[in-house]
Design a protein around this ligand. Structure first.
Ligand code: 5GP
Length: 193
């Protein structure tokens, strides 16, 4: 059986990573979403994208070297199972992995053939507007913190193979189709290994 391929979908908070992954995996059974372990509480729109653990449970995964990499974001831990990714890759699936922009390096070391896609905002004004719209219930201070973090995260774009700009009000199918185009290019032109 053919080996699969890893597609990393990264980008600053609120840029639309999860909606694009949902869009792609809904329309094509070759895709598999890889859930992240996290210590944060569940949110209504998480779907099956998160597996919830306590801090000690997460720490055990770190200690046993079961995670590809892990990160602490806004106080909570996030990481994905090495075994889950490796097994599904061997089974020939196209894996869609959402990570924060800083997490790419360990993935490249472990899976050098992966394709990394960076989602970005068209401008800093747009970013602020989107944070305000999407996070109605959080304080101005928190909005400012997230704005500064996202601004800094945008500087990671050059580490990625492809960059896609997402626009406020876009239906997920618009950036979703752009990602699909990249995926088709990769699958048609590159040996999959
Ligand atoms: P949220 O709490 O909004 O679900 O996620 C917070 C941040 O953690 C997002 O930027 C998300 O992409 C990132 N994240 C989710 N899973 C992982 C992971 O496995 N590794 C890393 N480095 N970041 C992750």
């Amino acid at each position: 059986m053919k080996q699969g391929h890893i597609f990393i979908i990264a980008g600053p908070s609120g840029v639309g990573k999860n909606s694009i992954i949902k869009y792609l995996s809904k329309n094509d059974t070759r895709f598999k979403k890889i859930p992240s372990y996290t210590t944060r509480p569940s949110r209504p729109d998480d779907g099956d994208s998160r597996i919830y653990l306590s801090e000690p449970e997460f720490q055990k995964l770190i200690d046993n070297d079961e995670l590809i990499e892990w990160a602490r974001t806004h106080g909570y831990l996030y990481g994905k199972s090495k075994k889950n990714v490796t097994n599904l890759l061997k089974e020939g699936y196209l894996l869609l992995l959402e990570i924060d922009v800083k997490g790419l390096k360990p993935y490249r070391e472990l899976f050098p053939n992966l394709t990394a896609i960076f989602l970005q905002y068209p401008s800093l004004e747009d970013l602020k507007e989107r944070l305000l719209l999407a996070r109605e219930n959080i304080s101005n201070k928190e909005i400012n913190t997230r704005f500064e973090t996202a601004k800094q995260e945008m500087t990671y774009a050059n580490l990625y193979d492809y960059t896609i700009t997402t626009h406020t009000g876009d239906n997920s199918s618009i950036p979703g189709k752009k990602v699909e185009k990249i995926i088709n290019t990769i699958l048609n032109n590159k040996p999959i290994n």
